[in-house]
Write a protein that binds this ligand. Sequence first.
Ligand code: SAM
Length: 289
Amino acid sequence: MSKQDDHHRGSGIVRPGKVKEVTSLTNPIVKDLRSLALKKFRDQQGVFLAEGLKLVIDALDLGWTIKTLVYSKAGKGNSLVEQVAARTVAKGGDVLEVNEKIISAITRRDNPQMVVGVFQQNLQMLSNIRPQANDVFVALDRVRDPGNLGTIIRTADAAGAKGIILIGDTTDPFSLETVRATMGSVFAVPLIRATEAEFLSWRKSFTGLIVGTHLKGSVDYRTIPYANKPVVLLMGNEQQGLPDQLSSACDRLARIPQAGRADSLNLAIATGVMLFEIRRDALKLDATT
Ligand code: SAM
């Protein structure tokens, strides 16, 4: 380590990142970035990819830590891209100028965005969550489908939910597909990871209302009084629904009445229907709450 690095360590001064131009797909930095399409490497490095200039700006504004900013030559001279590059370097992140082929390879897309950010993952612990009256959290049991999870994160953001509790073995919230489907809400809604046992134990000290949704639920979801208390909305797995251990931990088991031939609603749709009913009184056209 150089004297300069020594000087910066522990001094509170952020060492500015580096700016590089990379043109080859076989460059080791590019190989490293391409590996982030796989969960194993995202977890090893504790990072994930977010595509698009607006998303990257929103994430920086919300205080997320950027490790690397990648932009294609098409972004050169664009003042917003240059501002984001300057913010990245000032925060100690690196900036890579690449060609469109490289961005395509990193994001596995034919028509890639001009800008991609590599951000540090952020998952919170259930033990730190203390819901207040009128707070709504969504708890998802072993959600499998990345598109469903992304859509739920986006919908939870739009409904003003305070966080999403991911119970058990779920699809990765930081996969390319999930992050894409969140349309940026992945940066706005806290994500909390818990095992089923951790959730059940946390539940014992939770004094609010836990509303599970179940195809055998006996309560019409529109008849439950949700106001003036914290609410956890618990949603079942796409294939199996809620297992007995979780459904018996609920205060109410709600059902959304259906017509037609469909057995059930898609998980993300059912979550949306429930969330907007729970938040009915809180959401107004002329105010953001
Ligand atoms: N085969 C599964 C089952 O038997 O529960 C279907 C699961 S459904 C696709 C996924 C989740 O969406 C359910 O576990 C439940 O949380 C919610 N859901 C879907 N339709 C619902 C309805 N009509 N009423 C209440 N919850 C519903």
